[in-house]
Ligand binder design. Structure first.
Ligand SMILES: C[S@@+](CC[C@H](N)C(=O)[O-])C[C@H]1O[C@@H](n2cnc3c(N)ncnc32)[C@H](O)[C@@H]1O
Length: 257
């Protein structure tokens, strides 16, 4: 079986369309994984994926790359709080509707909930958090984190919103969980939810082809309210933002035109 055929099998099996992920990088990752599991070609590996749940989950987790952390790239969160959020709040009706797309284990939408609770009452904050991988979403819903992933989070939030389980693990409080709704969603295949004041999509489009990226940024534009803001990852600057109907604000923040 060649890579073209492998992609078709994977699509049938997982509904993940590998055609939209950068090919060289993805092939290399898959080779590493198959070799680690001592498979020689794609044939045996696909057969095993169909029959072995653990291997299947490892595959999905590995190709979707779900590392995350609270307040990832703190400087960007500072800009969000000090330079972007005041306008969103001023233009809004006292409510804020946010989408954290490709949210992984929930570190990003929960960071956002903590930040927003400094400015708005809980009932006025709506955060939809989505990811393609159901396994990370159940981790997010469980809300237990290794302290390593919290090292950038301001200490006031750790004290206010976490319960220490042991030396390494912390559990997030229900008051934060209640601001966030998790849902499975594939950015490449599913229809997009609407009416967002802010969309955060960080550290996922780097894995996609340029064509897929462009489609996603267009759909985000349609999903936002007027003056909506798109917050992207620190290696994900949008070069052709004007054609896609955005204004560039600070680095990594784009406003719907
Ligand atoms: C590196 S993590 C980024 C997490 C978080 N946004 C951050 O910056 O810390 C990438 C996430 O994208 C998700 N992902 C990959 N392909 C996706 C797709 N087609 N649709 C939605 N999520 C996807 C993965 O499951 C993974 O959880």
């Amino acid at each position: 079986m060649n890579y073209e055929q492998f992609k078709k099998h994977i699509y049938r099996l997982t509904h993940i369309d590998l055609n939209s992920y950068k090919e060289r990088q993805m092939k290399r990752r898959i080779d590493v994984l198959t070799q680690k599991n001592k498979f020689i070609g794609y044939d045996d590996y696909v057969h095993a994926l169909k029959n072995d749940k653990e291997l299947y989950e490892e595959f999905v987790g590995f190709i979707t790359i779900n590392v995350s952390e609270f307040y990832r790239n703190p400087e960007q969160w500072r800009i969000l709080e000090e330079e972007i959020l005041p306008d969103i709040l001023k233009n809004g009706n006292g409510m804020i509707n946010v989408w954290s797309a490709a949210c992984s284990t929930g570190d990003e939408p929960y960071s956002l909930a903590m930040l927003l609770l400094d400015y708005l009452p809980k009932d006025n904050i709506r955060i939809l958090a989505t990811d393609i991988d159901r396994k990370v979403l159940s981790k997010a819903e469980e809300g237990i984190y290794n302290f390593k992933s919290m090292s950038n989070l301001p200490v006031k939030y750790i004290n206010q919103y976490f319960i220490k389980i042991d030396e390494k693990r912390y559990k997030i409080k229900d008051s934060i969980k209640e601001c966030v709704r998790f849902q499975q969603h594939d950015l490449l295949e599913d229809s997009y939810p609407m009416n967002f004041d802010l969309i955060i999509c960080r550290n996922v489009v780097i894995y996609f082809t340029d064509e897929a990226k462009t489609k996603i940024y267009k759909k985000f534009n349609d999903s936002m309210n007027s003056n909506g803001i798109l917050f992207v990852g620190c290696t994900e600057q949008i070069v052709d933002y004007k054609e896609l109907n955005y204004d560039s604000l600070k680095s990594f923040f784009y406003k719907k035109n």
